[in-house]
Design a protein around this ligand. Structure first.
Ligand SMILES: [Zn+2]
Length: 149
């Protein structure tokens, strides 16, 4: 038996949450779900960064029209570079169960889901992105206790 660092009552050695005061005891071991999410996030980051580099190093710059607004490839590429960098940070942070990575990811996912809803409408890739991100958000919101570093 161990003692809860918060209320001092006896708890099981393997306890993740104190059954008396509900305090979180340390950081639980990384579950497989978090490892899968980290891998998916790192894959997504790689994909976004490759697209960003493709945008920034093309021979002739053009424009993309999003919602009737002409957005130069350079701007598009820079935004993707930032998004890809943040996704990379989140993927690596998930492996270390960092609370900050979880927070940034939730903001990022919200932004991507919202912009996918607005721009791609019914496309399959768009719907798939929304479904996968939606599930990850659902998981992360429920498993806050896994991210305490
Ligand atoms: Zn306690």
């Amino acid at each position: 038996m161990a003692l809860c660092p918060k209320c001092g009552k006896e708890i099981a050695d393997s306890a993740v949450v104190c059954k008396h005061c509900h305090a979180t005891i340390g950081t639980p071991q990384r579950p497989i779900g978090v490892t899968v999410i980290a891998a998916l996030t790192l894959l997504g980051a790689a994909q976004i960064l490759i697209s960003a580099i493709g945008m920034l190093f093309r021979r002739h710059f053009g424009c993309s029209v999003i919602l009737g607004i002409r957005i130069p490839d350079v701007v598009n590429g820079l935004v993707m570079l930032i998004l890809g960098g943040l996704a990379l940070y989140c993927g690596l942070g998930f492996l270390k169960q960092k609370a900050q990575a979880r927070r940034i990811f939730l903001w990022l996912a919200g932004f991507v889901i919202l912009s996918s809803l607005i721009t791609v409408g019914g496309s399959l890739t768009g719907l798939l992105t929304i479904a996968v991100l939606g599930y990850i958000v659902y998981y992360l919101v429920r498993r806050k206790d896994y991210f305490t570093n």
